[in-house]
Write a protein that binds this ligand. Structure first.
Ligand code: NAG
Ligand code: NAG
Ligand code: NAG
Ligand code: NAG
Ligand code: NAG
Ligand code: NAG
Ligand code: NAG
Ligand code: NAG
Ligand code: NAG
Ligand code: NAG
Ligand code: NAG
Ligand code: NAG
Ligand code: CA
Length: 606
């Protein structure tokens, strides 16, 4: 098995490690300075030796999260330093946790960010500590944004009309690669050990960052754990406009109460299609084939007055409480369907609301009805469409887009204006399609992150575990299915569907997590991955190909029961005599439902 790194070595570092093996001995500014990569180890990158800060941390705890394990009793060296690029007077900060020598297990991992942040520095399983339970050095970067908590939108524009292209590319893919190359060389020098494996782990924007590395720098890693990637940004952010736009174009903004009633009907109708009635829609593909919102017309609803807090999302659909650093619509600022007071409401599901939900689930179309993109799975709720109550008129209005990630995309990235406003009240469906196309033209080599040829990564022997909650309301689940299919078709053009999946599954697997939300569990009785990086390590280092992803039920009567996750395209199906699902190949129509022809987009969408 290939190892990740070959060291150029550093005499000073090696001189001191022989006598110094404890954490206290290694975790000094002098020793870390001596372990720094040399100037131009990565051409054009010059570490600032004087910037090194190193401090010992002992008995640290890590909280599990995002499908990664936690633990306690971790001792490590907490290191930061900065570097500059030749010819630029810039400062990029990088941050590493280096386990004590007795806890180091010959692994390195780069950690991604979330939302518009290039890094997550939390103590839970979404930040730098991810590596500690696996004895891995963890590394991350501030991208040169000026602070660890800065968002790319803070630095993307030098002024209205002037994009800071350096910051764009830093965020898009470059700075994480630099943090990785520097981190691997630091690891090699610090432990006097070039014989270790290199990994990547991230979810949401961190997932997109993982694909950005896999696509641009296929040599960097032996394995990548990529969750719910916010990739294909030309579509990913604006797809959240679809909910409000359909309200606007159809002239009907439903209350959360009415949408909840539709979602309840959907859940009741689709829950059992997977063979077990447990409140989890494990077959959203069958739901799309078997249910449409017309079935819910006439269903009664009644909700008490609310003083704010917004949309609860109904069963199986998370509302506002997304974890920090995710790409949920309308989490920035005060716009949209949260925080407003609504009066008591009752009624029966209208034909208008049903037409609207059918339009949402069928995905984005243009004014001629031609398909432009997909949408979220049934079970993910309809939060983007929830009307805002106007106490002056007593009517529900389409939700405001202002202050959302999608407004940021249109303003900062596409139009290059520093603004949180976006008024879509005059838009038609073509405006949204045109936003997709504008983003594709402008960011195909940066934020789009869908390059489908992973030959370098594959030749390098690297493995990828790509996972996605099937009820994710922030990044459409189908977005992941779509990308995997693109890779399969580009890399195995001459093989049949099953033959090409056989080849692909040797090194890249996709797991859809039934009922799960965005990088987190959602449905009460749903299962969730135990230890994704652990499965990846077993695959890379032990040759154990994860035909199933280890996972455990998080609540309800089966809480704590192992319920592993099927590798796409196989899908879970329960039979009367089994308590665990069987992974089956779906019927052709349950495959085809994922792949509509995008007749409104004149170029391939990967
Ligand atoms: C570094 O590691 C190599 C190979 O393991 C070993 O030969 C060498 O003595 C080590 N050097 C120091 C200074 O520990
Ligand atoms: C280490 O932390 C744990 C809590 O995680 C605590 O119970 C224990 O006393 C600590 N040990 C030491 C030596 O501080
Ligand atoms: C690690 O060091 C940074 C500054 O270099 C500091 O802000 C942070 O709190 C430290 N983390 C821990 C866990 O001590
Ligand atoms: C780009 O952003 C960085 C970080 O904020 C800044 O140092 C640099 O001067 C900016 N470049 C331009 C051309 O504005
Ligand atoms: C969880 O499953 C149990 C029995 O299998 C069921 O009674 C309960 O209603 C389910 N919970 C939800 C939220 O559907
Ligand atoms: C729902 O009902 C409307 C009005 O009767 C009809 O036009 C539409 O085709 C139906 N939708 C589906 C998916 O059956
Ligand atoms: C429904 O709302 C109306 C007012 O809009 C109210 O008079 C009526 O009592 C409500 N019915 C129920 C069952 O809540
Ligand atoms: C409510 O409706 C009134 C009348 O159309 C309008 O002037 C006002 O801006 C609306 N309020 C909000 C918060 O949209
Ligand atoms: C930049 O453009 C936005 C949108 O037009 C405007 O609101 C803002 O005031 C402008 N900022 C500056 C500094 O001119
Ligand atoms: C929408 O169109 C109307 C009529 O053409 C125009 O008066 C209004 O300014 C437009 N609103 C926006 C936000 O463009
Ligand atoms: C996954 O489960 C298998 C079988 O129970 C076990 O051998 C393996 O170690 C587990 N892997 C992880 C990462 O938990
Ligand atoms: C919606 O769900 C379907 C399938 O479970 C039922 O047959 C319908 O009766 C239900 N619709 C309403 C209005 O309750
Ligand atoms: Ca079910």
């Amino acid at each position: 098995m290939r190892k990740a790194h070959s060291s150029t070595g550093m005499a000073i570092a090696f001189a001191s490690i022989a006598a110094a093996q404890s954490l206290d001995d290694l975790c000094t500014v002098e020793y870390v300075q001596a372990s720094l990569p040399a100037a131009n180890y990565l051409l054009g990158v010059v570490p600032n030796v004087d910037s090194v800060v190193a401090s010992t941390v002992t008995n640290a705890s890590v909280t599990a999260g995002e499908g990664q394990i936690g633990g306690s009793g971790f001792d490590f060296c907490n290191v930061t330093f900065s570097y500059t690029h030749t010819g630029l007077d810039d400062t990029i900060n990088v941050w590493y946790y280096l386990p004590s020598p007795d806890q180091f297990q010959n692994r390195y991992v780069t950690i991604g960010g979330g939302g518009w942040a290039i890094t997550s520095t939390n103590t839970d399983g979404s930040g730098l500590p991810i590596g500690l339970p696996h004895g891995a050095v963890s590394g991350t970067t501030d991208g040169g944004f000026g602070s660890w908590s800065a968002q790319v939108t803070d630095v993307l524009l030098a002024g209205n009309g002037t994009m800071n292209d350096t910051m764009l590319l830093s965020f898009a893919y470059r700075s994480l690669h630099e943090a990785t190359v520097l981190g691997k060389e630091l690891t090699s020098n610090y432990y006097n050990n070039s014989d270790f494996y290199a990994y990547y782990a991230g979810c949401s924007e961190g997932g997109r960052e993982g694909w950005s590395q896999a696509q641009h720098y296929g040599d960097d890693f032996d394995g990548l754990s990529i969750g719910a990637p916010a990739m294909r940004q030309a579509f990913q952010q604006p797809v959240h406009i679809w909910g409000a736009l359909v309200d606007t174009v159809l002239g009907y903004a439903p209350s959360s109460c009415e949408l909840d009633a539709i979602n309840t009907n959907l859940t009741n109708a689709c829950d059992g299609l997977d063979g077990v009635v447990d409140g989890v829609i494990a077959r959203s593909d069958l739901c799309r084939l078997n249910w449409n919102a017309n079935q819910s017309i006439g269903a009664p609803y009644s909700c008490a007055a609310s003083t704010g807090g917004g949309y609860g999302g109904g069963s199986g659909a998370p509302g506002g409480g997304a974890p920090s650093g995710t790409v949920t619509s309308r989490q920035i600022g005060g716009g949209g369907g949260s925080g407003t007071s609504t009066p008591a409401i009752n009624g029966t599901v209208s034909a208008q609301a049903a037409a609207l939900v059918n339009r949402l689930l069928d995905g984005v179309v243009d004014d001629e009805g031609r398909q432009a993109w997909i949408w979220f799975q049934p079970g993910a709720g309809f939060s983007d469409s929830v009307g805002t109550y106007n106490s002056t008129t007593g009517e529900y209005e389409p939700p405001s887009i202002a202050g959302s990630y999608e407004a940021d995309w249109v303003n900062y990235f596409l139009n290059e204006v520093d603004s949180e406003d976006l008024d879509i009240s005059n838009w038609t469906y073509n405006n949204l399609r045109d936003v997709f196309l504008q983003g594709m033209r402008k960011f195909s080599d940066s934020m789009q992150t869908t390059w489908p040829d992973l030959e370098v990564l594959h030749d390098n022997g690297a493995k990828v575990i790509h996972w996605h909650g099937e009820a994710d309301p922030s990044v459409p689940t189908e977005s992941s299915v779509w990308y995997q299919n693109s890779v399969r078709q580009i890399m195995y053009p001459d093989l049949s569907y099953e033959e090409s999946f056989d080849q692909l599954n040797d090194w890249y697997r996709l797991f859809l997590v039934p009922g799960a939300g965005h990088c987190s569990p959602s449905a009460t009785n749903g299962t969730f991955p135990d230890d994704i990086l652990g499965n990846l390590i077993e695959w890379v280092e032990g040759g154990v190909n994860p035909t199933l992803l280890n996972a455990t039920v998080g609540g309800g009567p089966l809480e704590g029961t192992r319920q592993d996750i099927c590798s796409f395209p196989t899908r879970p199906q329960w039979y009367s005599n089994s308590s665990l699902p069987i992974c089956v190949y779906p019927d052709q129509d349950a495959i085809d439902i994922w792949f509509p022809a995008l007749t409104s987009i004149p170029v391939p969408v990967y």
